[in-house]
Design a protein around this ligand. Structure first.
Ligand code: P6P
Length: 332
């Protein structure tokens, strides 16, 4: 039987040199939020039976949609703790300042509280994605500039996967580590230390129904992936349509996740700040690479909090190959 390590103990024992306790406490807060959100998502299918999410409870309070609920939990747990100067959520257009009545902290939290929430009704795994930056100016309360930092500035990132089991996977720049929630006593236990992208990759993930919308270079890449060239890789198609679930499987088995730009959707669908950049940080920590097809995701400085970006992330050999196909097309 392997040793039992809780996420709290692991965070404390592996806090980065620059951390002065605030980052450690912030990661604790996120782990607690994950437990609370998991408790609700695991009961989503019982709304009509137990009268929970989406109904009106005994106090007459209107229950909320799960993604709004997850947003509120993240804000309520993190806004008053003195660790943050500002937050950004996929669920709110504007930045979320720390109320003047609370002490401000040194970090910025960007998050997608519940990505893939359209999958809840069909019982498909969904996830929370988060990234943590330092505030640009310690003496000021957070501003828009604080959430528009390039992913290269991330000090930590991670996700929670609400699936067959609930997992929290994170990195503070010292490798990627996975924890599985033991629901009996509500503890995240270390289950996947030092995750590294396996080679050779096993899967590719893309919505092939959009093939006709992609540029010729991307189409040639997909043809290559699907075995139409002599040097094609031996990979299988796996696409859940839930970013965190697709990402997690490829992290554990090796592969590439693609959400290309389209002729009518030049910037792709996925969000740079709180989806692509945190996952790019993780995949690079696990030995992989993330690109928008022409440059590293982590080098892109956002110009808008909810900016979209084309996304290719996974084994470096595959991501660099799609960049080569796109470069070849650009040069024609
Ligand atoms: P499509 C879910 O709606 C989501 O935002 C991601 O979780 C997922 O990767 C993507 O959209 C799926 O998009 O266009 O293939 O349905």
């Amino acid at each position: 039987m392997s040793t039992v390590t809780t996420i709290e103990r692991f965070i404390l024992e592996h806090q980065p040199d620059f951390a002065r306790g605030e980052l450690t406490q912030l990661l604790y807060d996120i782990a607690l939020a994950a437990k609370i959100i998991a408790h609700k998502t695991n009961r989503a299918g019982l709304v009509d039976i137990l009268g929970e999410i989406g109904a009106t409870n005994v106090q007459g309070e209107k229950q909320q949609k799960l993604d709004v609920y997850a947003h509120d939990i993240m804000v309520q747990l993190c806004e008053h703790t003195g660790r943050l100067c500002v937050m950004l959520s996929e669920e709110q257009e504007e930045i979320i300042p720390i109320p003047a009545r609370y002490e401000k902290g040194s970090y910025v939290l960007v998050f997608d509280p519940l990505d893939g929430s359209s999958n809840i009704d069909v019982n498909v795994s969904i996830g929370t994605i988060f990234g943590i930056y330092r505030c640009l100016e310690d003496e000021r309360r957070g501003r828009l500039e604080d959430v528009l930092q390039p992913g290269r500035n991330l000090v930590a990132a991670g996700y929670v996967l609400y699936g067959a089991s609930t997992m929290l996977v994170y990195s503070t720049g010292q490798g990627v580590h996975g924890f599985t929630l033991n629901p009996e006593y509500g503890e995240f236990l270390l289950s996947h230390p030092n995750l590294r992208l396996p080679k050779p990759p096993a899967y590719y993930s893309v919505n092939a129904a959009y093939y006709s919308r992609w540029s010729p270079g991307v189409q040639r890449f997909l043809d290559w992936l699907e075995g139409k060239e002599d040097d094609s890789p031996s990979v299988s198609a796996r696409y859940i349509g839930s970013l965190v679930a697709d990402f997690h499987r490829n992290l554990l088995r090796g592969g590439i996740f693609c959400y290309p730009a389209e002729q009518k959707r030049k910037d792709g669908k996925l969000r740079l700040v709180y989806e692509a950049a945190p996952l790019a940080f993780l995949i690079e920590q696990a030995g992989g690479y993330a690109s928008d097809g022409r440059r590293p995701i982590l080098d892109i400085t956002p110009t808008h909090p909810h900016q979209r970006v084309a996304l290719y992330l996974g084994n470096r050999s595959l991501v660099e190959r799609v960049e080569a196909f796109i470069r070849q097309e650009d040069e024609q």
